[in-house]
Design a protein around this ligand. Sequence first.
Ligand SMILES: [Zn+2]
Length: 210
Amino acid sequence: MEWINKYFDEIDNFPRPKWENIYEHVETRLKDKEQNELWCEIANAWMLKLKSKLSNDYHIHESKNYILVSSESDRYVELLQRFLESTLRKILATLKGIASDEGYGKYVVIVFNDIDDYYSYISYYYPEDGVFGLSSGVYLNNGYGHFVFPHQDVTYAESITAHEMTHSLLSHLPIPLWLNEGMAVTIEDMITGSAPLSAYSGPFRSLILV
Ligand SMILES: [Zn+2]
């Protein structure tokens, strides 16, 4: 995986993969490798770099379909991993033929314990002068799509996960944003059995779609 090191920029103190170069490298030199395994290794190399920029409390946890980076307790990680795996199965079953998990590599989920780190991380993905409100979590569908959340209690994290996961699994469809959002809210409600996010009165309210 040494080759990958030259394909990162460091912006706002975070490693930012140059996905176009990485894709090109894979296309031209690593096409004969088993692609799913290769993209899991690429995602792991990227998360190792990210981890090196964070405090020592952060760890990389791998489960069947996810690579989770967080500084949360073992119990929190276990609950979230279990929820992530079952949510993936439920969404694919519920939106059979609509939702799609095609593509290589595991899903990447990053949970920041510091809200400033969170905003500094996601600001890279938004236009310089763009206005974006407080956010409880996002699915960043750019390059290697991934989920990013600030720390929140696990029940709340589950709502956000179900919501953002739906966006991710619908991202291949050319449907209008309002419909994409409507489906995400419905699935979130169905899976967590809780009220949609708008019912929460806390400062975190997802204003960023996708
Ligand atoms: Zn949404």
